[in-house]
Design a protein around this ligand. Structure first.
Ligand code: NI
Length: 189
């Protein structure tokens, strides 16, 4: 078991923009990477997904916590791994909530598919062909983006869609727009 350090933007922006390579062999190394990604995600309860490049490993492997069809239960399930995930079909693009463990405290609204068909290997090294829907599709799409060095701020269309959450004087959590803060050079590549 190992909880790894998560690379943070802006300090590690070059590393986070690197493209990851396919996992060539589903061996002990891959299994240990899956374990480290799960341990690291579990140690960060705010997160619902983590990609290998976020822990400085440039292999196409991600872990995601999914809700599935269980709309009653708001709690995401334990993380599962997707190895060499490949998007086969994407549809139903909509604006939805986004955030990232590499950008602590920063949130936004991005356009992502809510219907996503993905192939790859599961955490037992078995091929899968799976359909992700709703916010699960958003989470999987966000993590696959990391493997291509694409960060959620790259998908922000307007500064008004980017915000932090602060507690106000009465203890309520409120959105604070980033328009006062010059983040614009980082939004588009
Ligand atoms: Ni992320």
């Amino acid at each position: 078991m190992a909880v790894r350090e998560i690379l943070l933007y802006i300090e590690h922006s070059d590393a986070l923009r690197k493209k990851s390579r396919p996992v060539q062999h589903f061996d002990e190394k891959a299994i240990s990477l899956i374990r480290d990604l799960k341990d690291t995600l579990n140690a960060n309860p705010d997160g619902i997904g983590l990609a290998a490049p976020q822990i400085n490993v440039y292999q196409r492997l991600v872990v995601v916590c999914l809700k599935g069809n269980d709309v009653e239960n708001c709690e995401p399930r334990p993380p599962i791994a997707l190895v060499n995930p490949k998007i086969i079909a994407a549809a139903d693009e909509r604006k939805d909530f986004d955030g990232c463990l590499s950008f602590p405290g920063l949130y936004g609204e991005t356009n992502r598919p809510h219907h996503l068909r993905v192939t790859g290997l599961d955490e037992n090294g078995e091929p899968f062909d799976r359909l992700f829907e709703g916010f699960d599709a958003v989470v999987v799409h966000h993590e696959i983006d990391h493997l291509d060095g694409i960060l959620f701020v790259n998908r922000i269309e307007s500064m008004e869609d980017l915000y932090r959450i602060h507690k106000n004087e009465t203890g309520e959590f409120v959105r604070v727009s980033l328009s006062d803060f010059d983040f614009s050079p980082h939004i588009r590549k």
